[in-house]
Design a protein around this ligand. Sequence first.
Ligand code: ADP
Ligand code: GLC
Length: 513
Amino acid sequence: MRVLHVAAEAFPAVKTGGLADVVSALPAAMSALGTESTLLLPGYPAVLDSGRSWHALAQWGPALGAAKVTLLRGEVPGIDLPVWAVDAPWFYRRSGGPYHNPQGEDWPDNAQRFALLGWVAAQITVDDGLGQNSSFDLVHAHDWHAALTCAYLALRQSDQVPSVFTVHNLAYQGLFPYQDHALLGLPSQWMTPAGMEFHGRLSFMKAGLQFANRITTVSPTYSREIASVDHGHGLDGVIRGRLPHVRGILNGIDDQVWDPSQDRFIAKNYSALQLAGKVACKQALCAEVGVPYDPQVPLLACVSRLSSQKGIDLMLASLPDWIDDGVQVVVQGSGDTALEMALRHASARYPGRFVALVGYDEARAHRILAGSDALLVPSRFEPCGLTQMYAMRYGSIPVVRRTGGLADTVIDISDGLAQGQPGTGLCFEQATAKALTSSVRRLLALFKHRAQWQQVQQRGMAMDWSWRGPAQAYQALYEETLRDPYGSLAGEDAEAGQVATSSPAKAVAKAPA
Ligand code: ADP
Ligand code: GLC
């Protein structure tokens, strides 16, 4: 089977969050299982400059406002699979982020920039000039940036290659003015509430949800949550309409990149059986961030985008309740300016106890996970979350809100006892400062019992978060999709009827040519 993955970022070339980690690790794990995977990315300078051996496979244009579009094939260090880049200099060769200009504002032509990515993905599957290169069995699009892939594929009625669309975060939807659809070469009759219109605007996310043959999200709990009004961000009705085609597959982690026994960024390597190196990592981290090292004082960390999703404000609100109880805190994050300021303010207020590292630093994220005793992840919602899994692997005990993928990966030490299942961290239910405070208090109590603490650490370190299991689940989903692209077999007929009326994908694909 040959699968084309389509995404807007991939570690290490271009990363703003967990999407990048998943996009470079999942296809590589799929290739290891025998599914030949290729990754299609926009040709940003970070991709083209870090890559090598680029050569042109095809050229199109003008298309969607780009005078000339060249499809390049090459290799990108750290990405263990063939990378294809959409070279459209006007759209992608800019200094700034993948989504934002250097001032942090959205690029004004994001609709065209990311529509082009999807258009090229669909074009690849039919371009005769590409010969064998174009023979993909399935296309896998990630998040709203790649979502229009599914719509462009659905346009091709007779020769449609099926698509899988993964929702990494339903909160970011790719919403644009209604009239922008006219720039994208998609039928105007799709701009309805049953299609890709969302409250008078064009929604890329909704297009992905409507037109993909299968939808996945990045944890089982989140797949249930997004079908509810509370977590559906206005799209829960669309998700419910497609329930037979929705799956929650928990993300894995790249266990080569995130491995304390061979991590080249940390002060000393260690493992569950040889924890001494972790002490050296804590000493080094304390020295690096400027807090006194004290083995009796737990060092709590947080590595996060700064957005309301992540509950950083809850952490700051709960801080006064426990910061005087003999704790040190290191927070590394970037994003929302008000949260950046609030972090700086806390570090001025609690010198030597609270350190705010405002900014993005990949290597230091490794050192923080290795050197900390515990990791706080107080998210209001969390589709999957990777840092809690990294933390467990590094023997840093996660304290998480029980939501989305956090609920699926962390077993609370008390629940663990009750269910005869050993705990790996601490969980709290309510998204409140009070609930977080009570978890931190439980953590501090546990820290005093060194033997128990170490057992929790070692259990977390022994968990298998590799991509092997998730990759097998995707493999099974791909096979099912190829066998039954519209999900009409396997007893899905009743629900599929419902989907048929709400899904232009199905209506279009089944229409006579
Ligand atoms: P999300 O994708 O919602 O931001 P995840 O937990 O899935 O959350 O992934 C976040 C990824 O980004 C992790 O690899 C984490 O280490 C990294 N990360 C987040 N903020 C920073 C930062 N300020 N510096 C370095 N790495 C960061
Ligand atoms: C998103 C989510 C995060 C998830 C990541 C990778 O950014 O916010 O929870 O882990 O995607 O799927």
